[in-house]
Design a protein around this ligand. Structure first.
Ligand SMILES: [Zn+2]
Ligand SMILES: [Zn+2]
Length: 168
């Protein structure tokens, strides 16, 4: 479990000791990533760390799939997500930027929080399984992507007006 929890921790000691301008890329690939409220599959990406004069610049670039429920047909599907972050970790308090990040004394930077935070920001507010998802039949509730129950779904009619009012 320890190793799973620390998968996004990088020992940056050798970068601190490198000359200004030194850059190193760390590649990541996880079949699965799970914690409290985040579940990702096929995670791929990299974190590039560059030595600056007053600290380290970390640039992350990731992609993954996450299971979400479609707001139209209520089916779980895999949503592709891409996210980036770019943060400065200062060596000393006086050089801290608005991100408030410092290089830890043990030179181990755990990127888990940044990874999580920026991934979740890219999740759609109204997830939809596909652009032309037909949703559920307003009369019988059948998933119209899978079968056609024959009920008329048109934009007019009392039921669809009711749906518009409830905002569905
Ligand atoms: Zn759908
Ligand atoms: Zn129907």
């Amino acid at each position: 479990m320890e190793t799973l929890k620390n998968r996004l921790r990088i020992n940056v000691g050798f970068i601190i000791n490198a000359t200004v301008g030194y850059t190193r890329e760390f590649d990541f690939e996880f079949a699965q990533y799970k914690d409290d409220d985040l579940s990702l599959n096929l995670v791929r990406g990299e974190i590039t760390i560059s030595r600056a004069a007053q600290g380290l610049l970390a640039e992350g670039n990731f992609e993954a799939n996450t299971p979400l429920e479609c707001v139209k047909c209520l089916t779980e599907y895999q949503q592709a997500v891409q996210w980036q972050f770019s943060e400065f970790f200062a060596f000393k308090e006086e050089n801290i930027t608005e991100s408030g990040l410092l290089v830890p004394d043990d030179a181990q930077i755990d990127f888990k929080e940044l990874f999580r935070e920026f991934a979740i920001l890219e999740f759609p507010i109204r997830p939809v399984c596909m652009a032309d998802c037909k949703g559920l039949c307003i009369e019988c509730g059948i998933n119209l992507n899978q079968s056609d129950c024959g009920h008329r779904q048109g934009p007019s009619g009392p039921l669809s007006e009711l749906r518009n009012i409830i905002g569905n």
